[in-house]
Design a protein around this ligand. Structure first.
Ligand SMILES: *Cc1c(COP(=O)(O)O)cnc(C)c1O
Length: 365
């Protein structure tokens, strides 16, 4: 379904871009997901016509018919990636082609048309280039990019939509977790699952997040930062957090992360860290790991570090795991050495202070 590859973007002038002084003020402390840049990219798809009407213009509200399919049956997918301003002033994207490929994998699962990978990457580059002044230069700052696609046909019947809208917006971001990167406390959900075999767990779709909000709220209400989900069948095996993958580090040099069994989102940060850890000589295994084993290994001291990873927060140490059966502290309860080493290495590659030997970084001219 990958049609119309040679797409060109129409450029619609912005009538009133944000005043530079106001923009600088917003960029000093952007937080996460509340400040937005001036522009957005939009591309339409229609059955029989394919992708068309590609444009970049002023960011603004959408006008949708109340019967628009996405509002009823949640046919929607998204991506998340970041643009960084490096020390020498260059603007870098981290593995955007991996996001493009995953976007199409999600599209397939949600019965949506694929967007040619080069069009996805070009749309992101174009928005970053246009709104390059919106990349924060504060420590840990980046321009978070959110490409997404939704069913835009006005129709209440249940079948794949005949119209879709693809949009990219950009949001300057500081550090994801308010407190920077200290160790977080994780709550084990007993009553809820994130994804079941045959479901949409491996697709990056809004519906997965909708289902994770109640368990996440439960974690917060109990005083924790994040929820961890177990597998839906046996309620035994560790899967992932609502939006981050998990790694376990042992005292014998083993590093373990749950395998991509179809219910776990294939994180690009996860994939990058597996590569970096293997290069560092560690014995990285993609194996199932049970909650009981986690508890036992943390108590015996075999398990020395746990961290979560994802684009938004990069690498986040996990200090504590709490369930209905009690709490277990991991290592010292603070950020572990290897966790910090991996975080620094990955952030260094993204920021251009560590050599990129894998061709992961794409620079804008
Ligand atoms: C996006 C996401 C991740 C992290 O993926 P990255 O590509 O590393 O950002 C992990 N889990 C879920 C459920 C996600 O949606």
């Amino acid at each position: 379904m990958a049609d119309n590859p040679g797409i060109t973007f129409e450029r619609l002038p912005h009538p009133a871009p944000t005043d530079p002084a106001q923009r600088e003020q917003a960029l000093a402390n952007p937080g996460f997901g509340t400040v937005f840049s001036d522009h957005m990219v939009t591309i339409d798809w229609e059955e029989g016509k394919g992708w068309h009407n590609a444009r970049i213009g002023p960011r603004g509200p959408l006008s949708l018919d109340p019967a628009t399919a996405v509002l009823h049956y949640a046919q929607e997918i998204f991506e998340g990636l970041k643009a960084y301003k490096q020390d020498d002033g260059a603007i870098a994207l981290f593995r955007p082609e991996a996001n493009a490929a995953r976007f199409n994998a999600s599209a397939q699962r949600l019965a949506m048309p694929e967007l040619p990978e080069e069009v996805f990457v070009e749309s992101v580059r174009l928005l970053v280039d246009t709104d390059r002044d919106w990349i924060p230069t504060i420590e840990g700052g980046s321009l978070y990019l959110r490409p997404f696609m939704f069913a835009s046909e006005a129709f209440l019947g249940v079948r794949p939509s005949k119209k879709y809208t693809y949009i990219v917006i950009a949001s300057p971001a500081g550090n994801y977790f308010k407190s920077g990167a200290p160790a977080v406390s994780i709550w084990v959900s007993r009553d809820y699952s994130r994804a079941a075999p045959g479901g949409t767990g491996a697709a990056k779709c809004g519906g997965n997040y909708a289902a994770s909000l109640v368990p996440q709220a439960e974690a917060i209400a109990r005083g924790h930062d994040q929820v961890v989900f177990l597998d839906a069948e046996e309620h035994k095996w560790i899967e992932e957090l609502g939006g981050m993958n998990l790694f376990f580090v042992f005292d014998d040099g083993r590093v373990l992360t749950p395998p991509l069994s179809g219910t776990i989102l294939p994180g690009i940060t996860r994939n990058s860290l597996i590569t970096l850890a293997r290069e560092a000589g560690l014995d990285v295994r993609e194996e199932r790991y049970s909650l009981d084993q986690w508890r036992e290994d943390a108590t015996s001291g075999k398990l020395i570090e746990v961290f979560a990873c994802g684009t938004a927060a990069v690498v986040t140490p996990v200090g504590k795991i709490v369930s209905h059966d009690g709490e277990v502290i991991i290592g010292s309860g603070g950020p572990g050495q290897l966790t910090q080493k991996f975080r620094n290495r990955l952030v260094g590659i993204q920021r251009g202070t560590v050599e990129d030997t894998h061709g992961w970084v794409t620079k804008l001219a």
